[in-house]
Design a protein around this ligand. Structure first.
Ligand code: HEC
Length: 665
């Protein structure tokens, strides 16, 4: 903060007094009627920060930052009504004051919806429907929040029609999805999503300290145009509100006028941030990267950034922070609120907070060895057959594929018959030939469509394991194995020869693994052009036996945006229906099979309900990235200006919720 001029006025017990410096800056106080009326006179277009305090202790508290639009501005200190002695001063800030920019983030709200801040803006002008985003930091049990709820609801009602989006963010570590829902219902917060900032990443990034602090963001450049309290009430209603800061800030911003005050002090409850000791690179950060990132971020691997030493990581520290905040890395998309999965590669909130903290304190090297330099080159899967399974007794080559240097490569299908005795396959693994180019490979049985009953799937970062314990897939002579191949160009032309390995390890398994899906490949659904949340729901037939459910895998294409599997239990079981998997921010780019840590037991008569939705709008960044990729000969087919139905091409859509199960004894 660059301080140009300091001016102090003292107000004692309502009697005006003070000392003035020479022009142009002047502060005057009028305490004769109601709260102290403070008038700042100074230079237009400069920012002045008002502070209150007691001169003796030189303890100054921030009140507000005003931007003078002409030579003076008046501000009321409502707290003066209950504080008899106060001194004020105004600090003239250097001008222009650098704007503060809002970081991208992604969080899940109390209703299980995932949202990212930057979704609110599209490069396409016809989608500029969001004019401002208001974040209000909140927390359960805070009376300052509770008394603001009706104001917040009416602000939303007034400004939502003008394109203002209201989000609440709860960073309290004691709060969770369930108690946030309870509190929202009891306070009557119905139209505003409340996001739980589990790792407190957003509260820290936005330097939010108090609830209910509001942060107003302009989506056109992500600058923050107001932050602070909603209005100037100081208690539960004894002193009337005279200044409606948030409403004023929004009205001015929408009318293209200067927002002043642009910052105010928030009275309320402290946001308690968990203290994070400064992490050590050698013993905290590098081991975390080895554990959670290096499986993809290593030389010759699928990710662009090979984390091979401190220098690489520290040079990319800002990018790492951004990816974590935006929820893009590590690529794991299940809502952690439901179930647990063996292949969960996400960071815990504590790990995420630690990594971001390390970046925030400047990514220091510190002492100790650099564990990243001694990570041996990867010799395990996908660069070899999985060590846990060994070399497969049956290997089926997919055949040589040539991969061009650039452009988007369309899906390829290869059909290979299995010839040999009938076998009970206990594990099936695709070993990619040229790891960086393989986007995903699927192997299934059936010539028509490899995807209706797939056996195994390779995706980057997958760690493949055997089929669930005591289950098998039967393979008979002359069964056609269908492969679906999806490659990504890497800048040089190359080849790929991937292999399918089939294992028959261990004692003969008892139960056939049934790999099937809730799918609808009919014309009964069509995603309308320019719709951003078109939903389809279908339910499987009821199971004729008790079953063990092992794995779930939602599948859509580029427009896919969310997916959910639910168990619908028979009425006789008295069990409430249950969410088995929710993927609230689906990304086509990552195809993940979610394997339950404990297989789910579903009694006879249960069924599986599968819901998914598509975002066929110019706000869907994944869609628009392909649409705008001129090197893709089919890029124009990814336009949001078209209706989309079922089809195998990625510019068409699919509705498939795979689930893998066996009969339960
Ligand atoms: C399952 C594989 C996988 C894991 C695990 C993974 N990443 Fe990534 N990461 C990728 C891929 C692939 C990309 C390239 C962009 C994309 O495809 O989304 C990427 C991109 C990135 C980028 C952007 C790099 C650039 O140059 O564009 C950063 C930063 C990053 N990852 C950080 C991390 C961190 C930190 C972790 C661990 C906490 C991690 N990733 C875990 C696969 C992975």
């Amino acid at each position: 903060m660059h301080l140009k001029k300091l001016l102090v006025l003292g107000s004692v017990g309502g009697i005006l007094g003070g000392l003035c410096q020479a022009q142009p800056t002047q502060l005057s106080i009028d305490r004769n009627a109601g709260p102290a009326r403070i008038k700042v006179q100074g230079a237009p277009n400069y920012d002045y920060t008002l502070q209150a305090g007691d001169l003796a202790s030189s303890n100054w508290n921030f009140l507000a930052t005003l931007t003078l639009t002409n030579s003076s501005q008046t501000w009321f200190d409502s707290a003066s009504a209950v504080i008899p002695r106060r001194f004020y001063r105004a600090l003239k800030l250097g001008s222009p004051t650098a704007p503060e920019y809002a970081d991208e983030f992604r969080l899940i709200d109390h209703q299980g919806n995932s949202r990212s801040l930057y979704y609110n803006y599209s490069d396409d002008e016809t989608y500029h429907d969001v004019t401002a985003v208001v974040l209000i930091f909140t927390g359960n049990g805070c009376s300052n929040v509770q008394q603001m709820v009706s104001t917040i609801n009416s602000l939303r009602a007034n400004f939502a029609p003008q394109g203002v989006v209201f989000w609440m963010i709860d960073a309290n570590s004691a709060d969770n999805r369930s108690n946030i829902v309870v509190e929202a219902n009891s306070l009557g917060i119905t139209n505003i999503p409340i996001f739980h900032d589990r790792a407190q990443l957003v509260a820290r990034a936005y330097q939010a300290t108090t609830t209910p602090e509001a942060v107003c963001i302009s989506p056109s450049d992500w600058s923050i145009f107001y932050r602070g309290t909603i209005d100037d009430r100081i208690g539960s209603g004894t002193v009337p509100t005279t200044q409606n800061y948030l409403s004023n800030a929004l009205s001015c911003f929408l009318a293209d006028r200067t927002v002043t005050p642009r910052q105010t002090h928030t009275n309320g409850c402290a946001i308690t941030l968990t203290s994070i000791p400064t992490p050590s690179y050698s013993t905290d950060i590098a081991p975390l990267l080895v554990d959670k990132c290096v499986r993809c971020h290593s030389r010759g691997n699928i990710a662009p950034l090979a984390m091979t030493n401190y220098a690489v990581v520290s040079n990319n520290a800002a990018d790492i922070r951004a990816q974590i905040l935006a929820g893009r890395m590590p690529p794991w998309h299940a809502d952690p609120y439901y179930q647990s999965f063996t292949n969960d590669i996400s960071l815990s909130p504590t790990q995420a907070a630690m990594l971001v903290k390390w970046v925030d304190v400047g990514a220091p090297r510190g002492g100790g060895p650099d564990p990243l330099t001694t990570v041996p080159p990867q010799t395990n899967y996908p660069f070899a057959w999985p060590a846990s399974l060994g070399i497969p007794p049956i290997i089926i080559p997919i055949g040589n594929q040539s991969i061009p240097a650039s452009g988007t490569i369309d899906y390829r299908t290869v059909l290979v018959p299995y010839t040999g005795p009938t076998i009970k396959v206990t594990a099936a693994v695709i070993r990619p030939g040229t790891v960086p180019v393989v986007h995903h490979l699927v192997a299934g049985t059936g010539a028509d469509d490899a995807l209706h009953s797939f056996m195994t799937l390779y995706v980057p970062g997958a760690y493949l394991v055997a089929f669930p314990s005591n289950t098998y897939r039967l393979l008979t002579n002359n069964t056609i194995i269908g492969f679906q191949l999806h490659y990504a160009a890497i800048g040089v032309a190359t080849n790929d020869s991937s292999l399918l390995g089939l294992y028959t390890n261990g004692p003969a398994p008892t139960y056939p693994l049934i790999q099937t899906s809730v799918a609808d490949d009919t014309s009964s659904w069509t995603i309308p052009a320019n719709s951003n949340d078109y939903e389809v729901v279908r339910t499987s037939a009821a199971f004729a036996t008790n079953i063990w459910l092992y794995e779930l895998y939602p599948h859509m294409h580029t427009r896919g945006s969310r997916a959910k599997f639910e168990a619908i239990y028979p009425i006789s079981s008295n069990l409430p229906n249950e969410i088995l998997l929710s993927v609230p921010a689906y990304e086509f780019h990552w195809q993940t099979t979610y394997r339950f840590t404990q297989p789910k037991y579903l009694p006879k008569g249960s069924s599986i309900r599968y819901t998914c939705a598509w975002d066929n709008s110019a706000k869907n960044k994944e869609l628009m990235a392909v649409y705008n990729d001129l090197s893709n000969p089919n890029h124009s087919l990814y336009t949001p200006n078209t209706n989309v139905g079922w089809g195998v091409q990625t510019w068409e859509e699919m509705f498939i919720g795979y689930y893998n199960y066996s009969v339960a004894p």
